[in-house]
Write a protein that binds this ligand. Structure first.
Ligand code: ZN
Length: 490
């Protein structure tokens, strides 16, 4: 098992470096050459993983009557899952799919730039076909979308997520509609030009406040912000700068910083095994959205963040009070772009994607008809008109990476975070820590209960401990209703 994990780590590391290089420094057309290398590396990965010998060793380990060390058992379980996922696809098909993903990423970038969905549609169709084949082979008795949901969040299914999103829709929609009809706070000071050179200083400062070690984590710039935790000593996060929207970058950096802290937080002895790094995408998103919203969009943290912004942008922030700042960064307004949405409308963006993905995998909508469906749902649920595909269906990178079933993790993670905050408040004076601007005690709490375990504990165990009980969507909507009712003095 050691040798297999070492090989898988090395190959995964090499592929990550290629991916990050492609997204940050490499020239546009480099994808053509990168595809060859990725195909070769993924073939090696497949050959290492899918062999009779590996299958037998894992089977024997998991079936043995002798009690296994818990770490060995968990490694065997996770490797068996990866083995099962890979071996159901023939090698040629698996390798061709890795090449397709590489091409899809380049095509999506171009299509988004040109706001041209027709350019992306044929490759999207191929990605969906592959995922349908994969899901059906993995479990022919289950709905394909349930198979995909389960791969991002163990146990998640349409049966568990439908009621979750129902609570969100029913509890939040009336409040969103009410606030949409009101005069929002004045956030015009945030729409002035904020030179990108100076925004870079601010990025560095908030990473420092989160307690990120710069010897282990760097910040790059990409179309869509992401985190690639290669190992605990090498984590790459990225952001996207907009001169006329300073908070967009700020929240991206804080969000990706939360992912990075999780990836860099595994205990040393888990590194280079399949136990390193986050246990599920929902838990991962709980960490990133914890810092982004529960801390950085809090009234307390504004007291720390505003002086920092004043130092870097004295002109732009000169007449701004903490109260004005808090209201402005929490302006709730139905909008087009998920990653820039406020906390209140955000889960509706996620729900729309979830409903669309359900229809895709139930065969209820064709690829050609997706933009019209997307635009209709934005109108129905958020009341906004989508002007073009760039601000609509092409905005997210997930589908170009065939990450169907990933989106619900964002809403689940947000909900997990609220219950974690309730637990954290029993141990820490979270507001006082946030107001002081040094978030390391918060990071330490999360490290103790979540980060250090990597994937050693199952997601449900980590969550039960950190949240003090099972997921309760009412805790999430209750937090949002309370916060926004107060903000809008309803
Ligand atoms: Zn994230």
């Amino acid at each position: 098992m050691d040798e297999l994990e070492e090989a898988l780590y090395a190959l995964g590391h090499a592929m990550s470096v290629l991916y990050v290089d492609g997204a940050t420094a490499a020239p546009k057309e480099s994808w053509k050459g990168r595809g060859k290398t990725l195909a070769y590396l993924s073939e090696l990965e497949y050959r290492k993983m899918v062999s009779d010998e590996v299958g037998e060793v894992l089977h024997t380990l998991l079936e043995t009557k002798n009690p296994l060390d818990s770490k060995v058992r968990r490694r065997a379980e996770l490797l068996k899952e990866s083995y099962d996922d890979m071996h159901i696809m023939p090698m040629d098909e698996y390798v061709a799919f890795q090449e397709l993903l590489n091409e899809a990423d380049a095509v999506w970038h171009e299509a988004k730039e040109k706001s041209d969905y027709a350019l992306f549609a044929p490759i999207l169709e191929k990605l969906i076909d592959y995922e349908k084949r994969f899901a059906t082979r993995k479990n022919p008795d289950k709905a394909p979308y349930d198979v995909l949901l389960d791969s991002y969040e163990k146990g998640a299914s349409m049966a568990s997520l439908d009621p979750f999103f129902k609570v969100i829709r029913e509890d939040l929609s009336p409040l969103i509609a009410r606030i949409a009809g009101m005069q929002g706070p004045d956030d015009s000071f945030l729409r002035q030009p904020f030179p990108i050179e100076k925004q870079r200083l601010l990025s560095h400062r908030v990473m420092e406040m989160e307690g990120i070690n710069f010897e282990r984590c760097t910040l790059g710039e990409t179309e869509h912000p992401f985190t690639d935790g290669m190992n605990k000593w090498d984590c790459r996060i990225t952001t996207h700068y907009h001169e006329d929207d300073v908070m967009s970058n700020l929240f991206s950096v804080i969000h990706e910083g939360g992912h990075a802290l999780y990836d860099m937080g595994s205990e040393d002895d888990l590194e280079f095994t399949c136990l390193a790094g986050g246990v599920s995408m929902g838990v991962h998103e709980s960490q990133s959205r914890f810092y982004e919203n529960l801390i950085c969009r809090s009234e307390a943290f504004c007291k720390a963040l505003l002086p920092e912004m004043r130092k870097i942008f004295p002109e732009q922030m000169k007449n701004v009070t903490p109260e004005m700042f808090y209201r402005a960064i929490n302006t709730a307004k139905p909008s087009l772009i998920r990653t820039e949405a406020d906390e209140l409308t955000y889960p509706i963006h996620v729900m729309i994607r979830y409903e669309i993905e359900k229809k895709i995998f139930a065969g209820e909508v064709t690829v050609k008809d997706l933009p019209a469906l997307w635009n209709k749902m934005y109108k129905d649920y958020l009341g906004v008109d989508v002007p073009d595909d760039r601000h609509g269906i092409l905005q997210d990178s997930h589908w170009s990476g065939a990450s169907f079933g990933y989106f619900p993790s964002y809403a689940l993670g947000s909900a997990y975070g609220v219950q974690m905050l309730q637990q954290m408040k029993k141990d820490l004076d979270v507001d006082a820590i946030a107001a002081a601007g040094d978030l390391r005690p918060i990071t330490a709490w999360l490290h103790e209960r979540i980060h250090r375990f990597g994937s050693l504990k199952r997601a449900e165990e980590v969550l039960a401990d950190a949240m003090g009980g099972p997921l309760d969507p009412k805790a999430y909507t209750g937090y949002l209703i309370e916060k926004f009712t107060r903000l809008y003095v309803l």
